[in-house]
Write a new protein. Sequence first.
Length: 81
Amino acid sequence: MHSQQNLQEVIAKAFGITPNDITDELEYQSIPEWDSVSHLVLVTELESAYSITIEMEDVLTMGSVAKIKELLKKYNVETMA
């Protein structure tokens, strides 16, 4: 099991922001740092951190941190609070 903090660090690294800025309510394009390019960086960071390969259809549904958490469960990655 991975910690919520670990997920926040992965997302923060992809966007170049601090982990404290990451909440479940954070959504695609809700901040300037989360654009189409950084979205692909996020996919790469998630795949690397959790040793998974995210399918393209799932990449398109990753519209918020909450959805990312749901998606990770599909790949058997549980994040705890």
